[in-house]
Design a protein around this ligand. Structure first.
Ligand code: MN
Length: 282
């Protein structure tokens, strides 16, 4: 059975020891299996405290991040590797086995041109090293294709499958996201089926990053695809009710959402459970 989770930024705008505890407790109260913890500043992350908070709430964690601008992978691969090694240490320290997200670049970093073969080669070679660091720590990586307005590097599930082939490690998966798929893919089901057993995680995000089921994402197609591949991984609600300035800037969230965090989680996760049940996944 797949697991159900939510991104911490549904409840909070920035991860600190205090706000992190608030989000973890809220995930526990909502009856979720897991919370996705943003490791945007792994050097400031209190893993020991977070692990206690997770244990108290009875919630597991997966981790994700986008790289800071100064360690955008094609520009500073050595810096990216060091940053990701620290993030992997923190992921392992809270007992988590998954680090996903935009591990290859900075969200919003555009060059005004398509990725060059050299840029993609740097990413594949650097991520091969990161995959090795991850394997030593028992961690699976998830690489998230994001839409053309947020990155020029990898926009589609097919792009990331090619990247995974180039990396050549068995602990690297696709981290899909229906918000980005709605912009970039020819179809939801076909993209999910193409990923198949290499799908490691999926962000279930509505077309406006609002409440799933209330926008333009083709949820029947999405869940038909997940059922076709027998998906057993995390279904993570990624919408943003509490927006921090960095995140708002990176994801271009300029309007205040019309829903509360609790409404988003209750209605959104209920919808995802219904969809999963309807196709026999849950
Ligand atoms: Mn996402």
């Amino acid at each position: 059975m797949p697991t159900f989770g939510a991104h911490a930024f549904i409840w909070i705008g920035d991860w600190t020891s205090d706000s992190g505890g608030t989000a973890i407790a809220a995930a526990g109260r909502a009856g979720l299996d897991l919370i996705e913890i943003p490791l945007l500043r792994p050097e400031r992350f209190d893993a020991a405290l977070t692990k206690r908070q997770l244990d108290d709430a009875g919630v597991r964690a997966i981790c994700s991040l986008g790289l800071p601008r100064e360690v955008h992978m094609p520009i500073n691969p050595a810096g990216a590797r060091d940053f990701l090694r620290l993030a992997l240490d923190q992921t392992a320290a809270i007992g988590s086995t998954f680090l996903g997200g935009v591990l290859f670049g900075h969200l919003g970093y555009l060059t005004g041109a398509s990725p060059t073969p050299r840029e993609r080669d740097i990413c594949a070679r650097t991520l091969a090293g990161v995959a090795s660091d991850a394997k030593e720590r028992g961690i699976t990586l998830g690489l998230e294709p994001v839409n053309r307005y947020e990155t020029y590097l990898y926009n589609t599930v097919g792009d990331v499958l090619d990247l995974i082939d180039a990396i050549g490690a068995d602990n690297v998966t696709v981290h899909a996201d229906t918000y980005h798929m709605n912009i970039e893919e020819a179809g939801f089901r076909a993209a999910i089926e193409a990923a198949g057993e290499r799908l490691g995680c999926i962000h279930c995000s509505e077309s406006d990053r609002g409440v799933p089921g209330q926008g333009n994402v083709h949820w029947e197609q999405t869940f038909a695809g997940l059922a076709a591949i027998g998906y057993q991984g995390p279904l993570v609600l990624e919408s943003f009710a509490a927006v921090n300035p960095d995140l708002a800037g990176a994801t271009c969230m300029w309007r205040t959402p019309s829903y509360s965090s609790d409404q988003l989680v209750q209605e959104g996760v209920a919808f995802l459970r219904e969809q999963a049940t309807a196709v026999g996944l849950a």
